[in-house]
Design a protein around this ligand. Structure first.
Ligand code: PLP
Length: 396
């Protein structure tokens, strides 16, 4: 007698690589001491939220004893927060996004789920370049969708337009892109996004149904050396941006994000009505009241991104000096180097024996590489040099 659906039982059976590394890491930390293990396995932002968040919470505390201070509100969020957020998204996306085009969600994850619930028929395909954020497949399957991938270009991890074109079928409903990218740090240039938009316009016309372009952008704020993150909304009418404040305000546990629908989308009210409903019926009801109120006051502030920039430089130095092949991340807080010897799982195991935790690329749909999340202090990065050197030598 099984307590679980067969699908969930199967998910647990396979277990994610990130979880496996987490468990292995906990064991190593218990054995050797937390300060001896260099843990690059989790993308959990370690910088504290900016002072604006504390100030906002103190102000909110003054009115918390009022009726409905944290009661239910419109399923799409507080009107004032939607308006303020819309102005910010309009600036980022360089197009006239208004309050009614924005739905406040439980993080980007909640936003993606609400979006898929609204647009997927059973059997519809969601296409994403690989490697990809590991949860995308689960989110797709939550609604009877089929998750399909097309490899990004080797080493640079830029979009491979030909591979994407080959992967599009009459069942393709959503193309999901994430730039700056987790796990690779790639940032897609404008020309590639324009080419993708043309491809989707052509295929939508051919198949007689719009293919949505969903741009997952929680790392938009975090780019290095002045790299530009081009807006997607002006490029394609059936585009939607999903993002969150998990990373730029370090509010990952508070579950606050948004969906922004292209103001130029034909019949956008229909989609917005659907998203407002799905945000509710998935059981989110609405995004957290407190987090929305914090957002209203703290929008425009952010964590000190220069800390991530110096960690990136330190990590690059360690990897370069210990003989790894990698692409410098243009954004986000991940490196995705090649696994020496080619077997990413075997390599990560040896790395772990040397007290350095990383996630095999297989977990992101790209064997042969491994992911390092630099949400750790610079001293951890510097301390990891010996482990990286020994693991590299083992595969010389
Ligand atoms: N998308 C990407 C690419 C991510 O890396 C993450 C979290 O790490 C998410 C979405 C989900 O973020 P959240 O739901 O916390 O906004």
């Amino acid at each position: 007698m099984s307590l679980l659906s067969s699908q969930v039982a199967e998910y647990i059976g396979k277990s994610s690589w990130i979880r496996k590394m987490f468990e292995e890491g906990a064991k190593l930390k218990a054995e050797h001491g937390t300060d001896k293990v260099c843990d690059f396995s989790l993308g959990n932002p370690d910088l504290p939220p900016p002072m604006a968040v504390k100030t906002a919470l103190c102000e909110i505390a003054e009115t918390i004893d009022q009726p409905f201070s944290v009661g239910y509100m419109h399923n799409a969020g507080y009107p004032a927060v939607r308006a303020k957020l819309a102005a910010e998204v309009a600036r980022e996306q360089q197009c006239p996004v208004n309050a009614q085009d924005v739905i406040i969600t439980c993080g980007a994850a909640g936003g993606i789920n609400a979006f898929f619930r609204a647009v997927l028929e059973p059997g519809d395909e969601v296409l994403a370049p690989s490697p990809f954020f590991v949860e995308y497949g689960f989110y797709t399957q939550n609604f009877g969708g089929v998750f399909v991938t097309a490899p990004a270009k080797d080493l640079t991890f830029d979009l491979d337009l030909d591979a994407l074109a080959r992967a599009i079928t009459p069942k393709t409903r959503v193309v999901l892109v994430n730039s700056p990218n987790n796990p690779t740090g790639a940032v897609y240039p404008r020309a590639d996004l324009e080419a993708l938009a043309s491809l989707l316009a052509e295929k939508s016309a051919e198949h007689g149904r719009p293919i949505f372009l969903l741009a997952d952008e929680p790392y938009r704020f975090l780019v290095y050396e002045g790299v530009d993150v081009p807006p997607v909304l002006p490029l394609y009418p059936y585009s939607v941006v999903v993002s969150s404040f998990s990373k730029n305000l370090s509010l990952a546990g508070e579950r606050i994000g948004y969906l922004a629908v292209n103001p130029a989308m034909p019949e956008k009210e229909v989609l917005l009505g659907g998203l407002t409903l799905t945000n509710r019926i998935l059981g989110f009801v609405n995004a957290p009241a407190l987090a929305q109120q914090v957002l209203e006051k703290a929008l425009g502030y952010g964590v000190d991104a220069s800390i991530y920039a110096s960690r990136r430089a330190a990590m690059a130095e360690v990897l370069r000096e210990t003989g790894y092949t990698f692409q410098m991340p243009k954004g986000a807080f991940y490196f995705f180097p090649q696994a020496p010897g080619g077997d990413d799982v075997a390599f990560c195991r040896v790395l772990a024996e040397n007290l350095v935790l990383a996630v095999p690329g297989s977990g992101f749909g790209r064997p042969g590489y491994f992911r390092l999340a630099f949400c750790v202090g610079e001293e951890v990065i510097r301390r990891s040099r010996e482990g990286f050197a020994k693991a590299r030598a083992a595969f010389a």
